[in-house]
Design a protein around this ligand. Sequence first.
Ligand code: S3P
Length: 431
Amino acid sequence: MNEVTLTPLSGPIIGQLNVPGDKSISHRAVILGALAEGTTNITNFLTGQDCLRTVEAFRQFGVSIEQEGNSLKINSKGPSHFTEPAEPLYFGNSGTTARLMLGVLAGLPFFTSVYGDASLTKRPMDRVVTPLRKMGVQSDGCSDGSYLPMAIRGGNIKGIDYTLPVKSAQVKSAVLLAGLLAEGVTNVTEETASRNHSENMLQAFGADIITKDHQIRITNLQTLKGTDVYVPGDISSAAFFMTAAAIVPGSKLTLTNVGLNDSRTGIIDVLRKMGAAVDISNKQTTGGEAFGDVTISSQKLKGVVIDGDIIPRLIDEIPIIALAATQAEGETVIRDAAELRLKETDRIEAVTDGLSRLGANIKPTEDGMVINGVSGLSGGSVAAYNDHRIAMMHAIASLITKQNVIIDDISSIAISYPDFFKHLNSITDKG
Ligand code: S3P
């Protein structure tokens, strides 16, 4: 347990921050760098615990991955040179490692067993296992293979046509990665667009992949070629500081090199709709990924409705959006977000419980929450539910509470943002 007591802030948030590399893109860079032949240099890699689980998995297959700060150098001869791991693979808290690696393992002709921490063990894997079994993989795990721990014997799989029953980039990516290693063609159809980093990066590494309307088509094993990858800053990490600047009166903050892929920018759309001033400058693209600088200043906010197709574009930002909504005039309704109950913890429960304890008027619903804003938050003791995004949301809440906020355990923040408090202190009067 790593408890903290955070004291209220007295001044505005002013300055500039360079948030760490994107978690989703970092995972995918390691996976494709390892599947490719040759050398892949990754810069601005996120050295959070989740991404390091993916690195460890490939080291267990015998791939050489050297780390120096937030740069990685991968030297690989491709999947036909991977060796069967002698030990089970440990995925810790990382849903992305688990789901994407199951897709990779489906295509590798050896036996692997995999497990995770208490949270990951409760998260559904049948959404990935179902299509992989259709491709011909042999797997078993708890509850007929629906949960970790799991054992996989991969190889000899065939391409499929698959329509995603859940709005999930992890499931889409697992099927595409398996499709890369499968015989024939794999078509994945998604009704609502989810983050497309896998598609962008597969293309950058030379895979035969085409996206048209809602369908992605990938053809089997072409040799991927090692490629250099710059990982833009994580908009999901930036979201905490964007919101801080939006809700602390008199603030103005610039976040540099933030990933601005359209499939991830729902937070910017929502903050603007609430009335926040958000400016984007220095926009560039690398490996199909847009990034740029985001400047946000505080304004009077108003409540909004958040539902439908925007949900996958901001799914990880809902905890911090809920905090923004407590400072917005009127009602904010979040719906169509039942997936939140299946994240690192049940985030509908964790957010509504925590913000209620701090004095907010917030009620859970089956698939979201309803917040009546602009009650001043009092402060108090909250639980992080062992979830990095819940812990960071409460830390940002402490900037606007009247009294101290005590968070029971902040160790989970190392999952996605090891320097979070260093960055927070650098832009507040606590620094
Ligand atoms: C991710 C996809 C999302 C997101 C997660 C990262 C990814 O999960 O919540 O943090 O990297 O593909 P789902 O695919 O389950 O929606």
